[in-house]
Design a protein around this ligand. Structure first.
Ligand SMILES: [Zn+2]
Length: 240
């Protein structure tokens, strides 16, 4: 056991790309961090790989209107967080793979945006206690994002028609069972909750009640980091 306090990230990357599976994933996983970085002057891009087309338990759901509503919800949340842009890749929930086609699209975006930092799900986080295991789309996207950032985006012989190579310096993996760094989200926790509450199609009857859950989760991470509210990440240094 060590009593060394975990590292709190001090600096915001100049540009960042957050790559997630579903329309609400980034807000839940790292919305406070993305808002903090945007506020500090970062250009923060969000990539949403899937349409959110299976995000309903009602079998009579009109899928195309659900997808349209979810895109609107994502745009509203991104505006609250101060994101520079949202890029939708339009995959079907539960039906896409970490294949060359997905990685080529991600490499194109990474090479166009040229981010210093990647934020994505920790694909090794599978089981959370006895009651939840991680959605396969989160695991697929975590590996695809990492594979796209390194070595693909930085290597000229990978996807040579997808832009000039760029070395992403660092990846921050959210939802990790082994977090190594924390971001103080005290100044942005309310906005994070506001952003999550934009996703009305996903809230069902919970509504405003979910706000306290968002705060409690950030308090848990904050206790480990020595601040009121935090988000935690496993950091992987990709650059030289
Ligand atoms: Zn999700």
């Amino acid at each position: 056991m060590t009593d060394r306090r975990p590292e709190l990230l001090a600096d915001a990357p100049r540009r960042a790309i957050a790559i997630y599976a579903h329309p609400d994933d980034a807000d839940v996983s790292c919305g406070g961090t993305l808002a903090s970085w945007a506020e500090a002057g970062s250009e923060v891009h969000l990539v949403v790989c899937a349409r959110g087309d299976k995000g309903s338990s009602d079998p009579t759901t009109d899928v195309s209107s659900l997808v349209a509503r979810r895109a609107e919800e994502t745009a509203a949340a991104a505006k609250l967080l101060g994101l520079a842009a949202v890029h939708h890749l339009g995959r079907l929930d539960g039906e896409f793979e970490n294949d060359a086609e997905l990685r080529a699209e991600l490499v194109s975006l990474i090479r166009a945006i040229r981010p210093a930092a990647l934020v994505c799900p920790d694909p090794l986080a599978v089981f959370f206690g006895e009651h939840y295991y991680n959605h396969r789309d989160h695991r697929v996207v975590g590996f695809a994002a990492l594979d796209a950032a390194s070595p693909a985006a930085s290597s000229p012989l990978y996807f040579p028609d997808s832009g000039a190579p760029v070395a992403v310096e660092v990846a921050y993996l959210s939802g990790s069972l082994e977090p190594t760094v924390f971001v103080d989200v005290g100044p942005t926790i309310v906005r994070k909750a506001d952003a999550i509450l934009c996703h009305k199609t996903q809230l069902g009857e919970t509504g405003e009640w979910f706000r306290s859950v968002v705060h409690e989760r950030a308090e848990e991470a904050g206790r480990l980091a020595g601040v009121a509210y935090a988000e935690s990440f496993r950091r992987i240094r990709l650059g030289p």
